[in-house]
Design a protein around this ligand. Sequence first.
Ligand code: NOJ
Ligand code: CA
Length: 677
Amino acid sequence: MHRTSLILLALLCPLVFAKDVSVHSPDGAIVVTVSDDQAHPRYRVSYRGQQVIAPSRLGLVFKDHASFGDGYRIAASAPAQADAVWTQPWGERKHVRDRHNELRVDFTGAPGESGRFSVRFRVFDDGIGFRYEVPRQPGMEQVDIVDESTEFALPDSDQTRAWWIPARAWRSLEYLYRNTSLREAAHVETPFTFRLASGVHMSIHEAALTDYASMTLAQQRDGVFKADLTPWYDGIKVKTRTDFKSPWRTVQISPDAPGLLNSDLILNLNEPNKLGDVSWVKPGKYVGIWWAMHLWKKTWSAGPQHGATTAETKRYMDFAARYGFAGVLVEGWNEGWDGEWPDNGDLFKFTTPYADFDMKEVAAYAKHTGVELIGHHETSGAVSHYASQMGAAYDYYRDHHVTQVKTGYVADNARIKRVDEQGRVRYEWHDGQFMAGEYLRSVQEAAKRHISIDTHEPIKDTGLRRTYPNWITREGARGQEYNAWGFPPNPPEHTATLPFTRMLAGPFDYTPGIFNLKPNGEKAENRVRSTLAKELALYVVLYSPIQMAADLPENYEARRDAFQFIVDVPTDWENSRALAGEVGQFVAIARQRRDSHDWFLGALTDASARTLDIKLDFLDPARHYVAQIYRDGAQAHWDSNPYDIVIEQRSAGAAQTLSLWLAPGGGAAIRFRALDK
Ligand code: NOJ
Ligand code: CA
């Protein structure tokens, strides 16, 4: 061959062999392109013509097998589409539309190498998801994954603002969010939310994390975030067998902040309900023997201040019955709390009540009042010990008509105590593959007894409530409890940040509704840094199908007028709409009560006062409404005057715009009651 032709061929070769395949969202705004240019499997994403993820690597690294990634080429690709509506047994909305375009891209190794894997992309109007799918193949049965090469190369690390909590830190997910440039986010948890210079908002997370390690993100080079999977005690990330699938890696994309909140992407990427009839899973409100312990007025342990007595439980049940609450949570009824309970998880007995708690009598009183006992299991991270009693413990609850159990895993991160098959103690992270399995096992075991689970100190939520609707809520963020004893307590912007970060993952048992905002005295630093009206707004803003009225009964009876909102607000919705918001500054959300024409609205702000003009066009234009408004008074301020509240009624309709003034650290809560036609 002529010399120049050879040179030309050499130059053209990469072009000839490089392949680009694309898939776009149904509305055409998002385009994902997958390429094997230079034999590097990569994907990139554009949104409305702007590149929002630059070419980013794909791949997996194994302990005993050659890596999947560099050297691999696209062998085939297969498109698909879906457009379906599915129904949630409970949730922010009853009907969810799953409309997406799909592209499965199959990769194979260099000639002579046998490896093959696929990456399945699903592109929705509100973002993308992709996962690895590894089929059975010669020499690859048992596999240890030691790294995942997935990258997210994000633009403009100086101009992009990010909201994040640190990954793999000792308090797990219970941190205040930091607001920094993208460049300063070194190693972060997901959901990881950021705003590009163009105003586009994005959030990286994952969906359907079951038998796998949690994905955190480590910034490798400027703007390039790499998947960093949480390891087992021995450093392996995932121990699995072919064929296997990774969880979905998700990127929500929206032109503005509220758009992130109106996305169903995470749920759409989870498997449908596996439990069948779940009419036994009941959303609702509860009170409990709880806040008194966090204020040191009562103890979990035995003694003169013991909180969980039969008499105290009955007092709470009477209160709950009077105001229509579904349940009473009782913590500290079972033996094992004496001494330093966070260090002594192996001492908990999950079927043995303290002498002053009569389970039979309490169960009978629950029946008499129509208020359920909500169970509680603190494990202090001693999960093998808990596992050894789990079956009996859930049977015990079922036999006493308990249908909801709050679990707790108080332990420093990486101090989950596991006893292996040889009897050796191994310490694991809260979000490694081992714990992903343990949390799920608790939910599955509970489901067999028609019990729902509210996990505290959980693994992050990835939408598994769709598949297991009895995983009714969880913690997994800095909740109200920090206002009793946290250093410092939650600042006003915390609850204006949560909707755009933690809440994208799913329901949160924040435990709102503290009415005595300075429970440790006038001078104490630990107090609730919000106005009274804002505490009411939280019931609408921070979604959870079970919501606690967290304060002591006497504090509610002292402010019966404001308490009426908590009595009225439902916890299960026909529809939800985020109306306005900026991450960390303010948010307004409207939700329609399930099977009703009534709407509720919650709005809140950070430490700055502001006025929101809210169009009421979410209301049914064919109806008239009475708006029962609970708003900050003109002098209200979270610090100097938190109790200044105005409670008023007005007529309202879909054509109106409501001007709402929110005090510094304030909020508003509104019930729109539909009048008969
Ligand atoms: C931490 C939980 O978040 C809290 O709600 C509970 O009261 C304590 N652990 C004790 O289990
Ligand atoms: Ca906690």
